[in-house]
Write a protein that binds this ligand. Structure first.
Ligand SMILES: [Zn+2]
Length: 250
């Protein structure tokens, strides 16, 4: 098997000496690997299999299951700043988990890989404002094929006029006219006019322009609630890193 460039999501102990590593590779997509004697072999691994690291790995196929052997690894970026900041770790882990739950194992996706890597690079170099973090989450969902809509109401296809409240529908995947959702029985997820306007603008411009946009606390909370409900609806079960973000108030 070829050498692959990977971002590590997590590692678990496996028996006395081995480690089990879940990682997202540019070339082969999501895989789970066994690093034999990783806890003892500092030469081959040297603590390089840390979560959120970017590494080059030498892999070998295993006959008995879908996993691979990780024979060697070399760290390319350790993202030490990210790893020392609980809020950044939580956000990076959530983005990686989104990519992991919405992409099947063994299916490469260069656009998603590049996006996640760029996100880690940005987190390493700067603090992202809360609005920008939500914007990045929406862009990632878009790359994964689940872009939520904030422009046209997905129920009737018409624009939501400025100055009007919208309701976010998880089943329709976007901001809707309240009248279009009557009787749907979904939890009410209000998006106020300011929230909708700032997010629409943020999704139209490049990141360096979006970086200067600000949204008030109420708007951040509205969007967080809408996106959390949407992701859980899509997933159909709990997402641990999302629960952690919410519990930490991040
Ligand atoms: Zn409508």
């Amino acid at each position: 098997m070829p050498a692959v460039r990977s971002i590590i999501l997590k590692k678990l102990d496996r028996g006395e000496a081995d480690e089990l590593v879940k990682f997202f590779s540019l070339e082969l997509g999501w895989l789970t690997g066994v690093a034999k004697n990783a806890k003892k072999s500092r030469i081959r691994f040297g603590g390089h299999l840390e979560p959120l690291s970017l590494v080059d790995m030498t892999l070998r196929a295993r006959k008995k299951d879908d996993m691979v052997w990780i024979d060697e690894s070399q760290v390319i970026r350790g993202f030490m700043t990210v790893r020392q900041h609980v809020g950044k770790v939580a956000r990076a882990a959530y983005f990686l988990e989104l990519a992991s739950v919405f992409l099947p194992e063994g299916q490469p996706d260069e656009a998603v890989f590049t996006f996640v890597l760029n996100f880690l690079e940005t987190l390493e170099e700067s603090d992202l404002n809360p609005f920008l973090l939500l914007r990045e989450e929406i862009l990632l969902l878009g790359l994964l094929g689940y872009a939520p809509r904030f422009d046209l109401c997905p129920a009737c296809g018409k624009a939501i006029e400025s100055g009007q409240d919208a309701l976010f529908s998880v089943s329709l995947g976007g901001a809707c006219h309240p009248a279009c959702l009557r009787g749907e029985g979904e939890k009410r997820l209000v998006l106020s006019p300011d929230t909708l306007a700032v997010m629409r603008r943020g999704l139209k411009v490049e990141r360096d322009v979006a970086h200067r946009l600000r949204l008030h606390r109420k708007g951040i909370v509205e969007l967080r609630q809408a996106l959390s409900a949407f992701v859980r609806y899509l997933r159909g079960e709990q997402i641990n890193s999302l629960l952690f973000l919410e519990n930490m108030g991040l």
